[in-house]
Design a binder for this molecule. Structure first.
Ligand code: PAF
Length: 305
């Protein structure tokens, strides 16, 4: 694995790895896995999907200050570069792009990206400026690293919708691939923030996945009212501070009253100082409703190793 810190080095390292891998045929040339580090099985599942589908895997590691609307959240965000390098190499990353802020942003630059209505609700409403920050950094990664596919987790559902639309609107020649949420063995969605909770808070946080799973069961039983599904999530669960529970369209993140199309039921809630998000995806088709609750790990996550 090559560790590089500039866009141009990352492109040449990926090009060299591509030529070393031989042949013209086969899967997509370069797959990109954008991350903010402190890797866990969620990131590893993106890397392994990219590994299966692409000849070269580039992973970016950059804790993007522009997407944190609260600076203490940026300061507290867990970081561990050496651990990330080891895990990325073991998982089969060819090129690890870890730029300093001066490489990502020039002091004189003036372009910004406003992703529009898709980001006005849910995370966009609660975290002003967050999606503008994500859009700008992701646009730089999509434009600057030469990948043909980029892999993102469904856990950040609204982010995934926004990135798909941005890539389409700006005509990026890149396929955006959404991958299932990975959960700890008791159902808590994996997030680097999980390590910031005490044991007591972590136990309380299980209300989030339990609420979503109860709603998923209700939907599988035929419930289609967004109001009812939202109430099922929070009913008798008051150990977390619910910020929002919404049923949203997968295509444009608009709010739905009825589950009648591909959508996701998304929540944000805080436990102590830690803010968590989670969701379940609903796909509707001629075969009826398919629910994606994510994938549950069998043992303890490497977050705690
Ligand atoms: O999902 C994340 O980890 C970040 O938002 C991303 C896509 C790497 C951009 O900083």
């Amino acid at each position: 694995m090559r560790v590089v810190s500039s866009f141009s080095e990352a492109r040449s390292a990926a090009g060299e790895a591509y030529h070393r891998s031989g042949g013209e045929e086969g899967p997509a040339p370069i797959g990109l896995v954008p991350t903010m580090g402190f890797l866990h099985e969620g990131h590893l599942s993106l890397i392994s999907r990219a590994r299966r589908e692409c000849r070269v895997v580039t992973m970016s590691l950059y804790v993007n200050p522009r997407q944190f609307n609260v600076s203490s959240d940026f300061d507290r965000y867990p970081r561990s570069f050496e651990r990330d390098c080891e895990l990325a190499a073991e998982a089969g990353v060819d090129v690890l792009f870890a730029p300093p802020t001066s490489e990502m942003y020039e002091s004189t630059e003036s372009t910004s990206i406003h992703p529009g209505p898709v980001t006005r609700t849910m995370e966009g409403a609660g975290r002003p400026g967050h999606f503008e920050g994500v859009a700008l950094v992701v646009a730089k990664l999509l434009a600057g690293l030469g990948a043909q596919r980029a892999y993102f987790g469904r856990k950040d559902a609204q982010q995934l919708t926004m990135i798909r639309r941005m890539a389409r609107d700006l005509r990026f020649p890149i396929e955006i691939v959404g991958c299932p949420t990975i959960r700890e063995s008791d159902g808590l969605a994996l997030s680097s923030r999980n390590i910031l909770m005490s044991a007591h808070e972590r136990e309380a946080a299980l209300e989030i996945s339990r609420g979503l799973w109860a709603a998923a069961l209700a939907a599988e039983g035929g419930e289609r009212s967004a109001d009812v599904l939202r109430r099922v999530v929070t009913r008798d669960r008051s150990r977390v501070a619910w910020e929002y529970v919404e049923l949203a369209d997968q295509d444009d993140a608009s709010m739905l009253d009825v589950l009648d199309r591909p959508s996701f039921l998304a929540v944000a809630a805080s436990v102590g100082e830690v803010r968590l998000i989670d969701n379940v995806f609903f796909d509707t088709g001629s075969d009826g409703l398919a629910v994606d609750r994510g994938i549950v790990l069998e043992g303890p996550s490497l977050l705690y190793r």
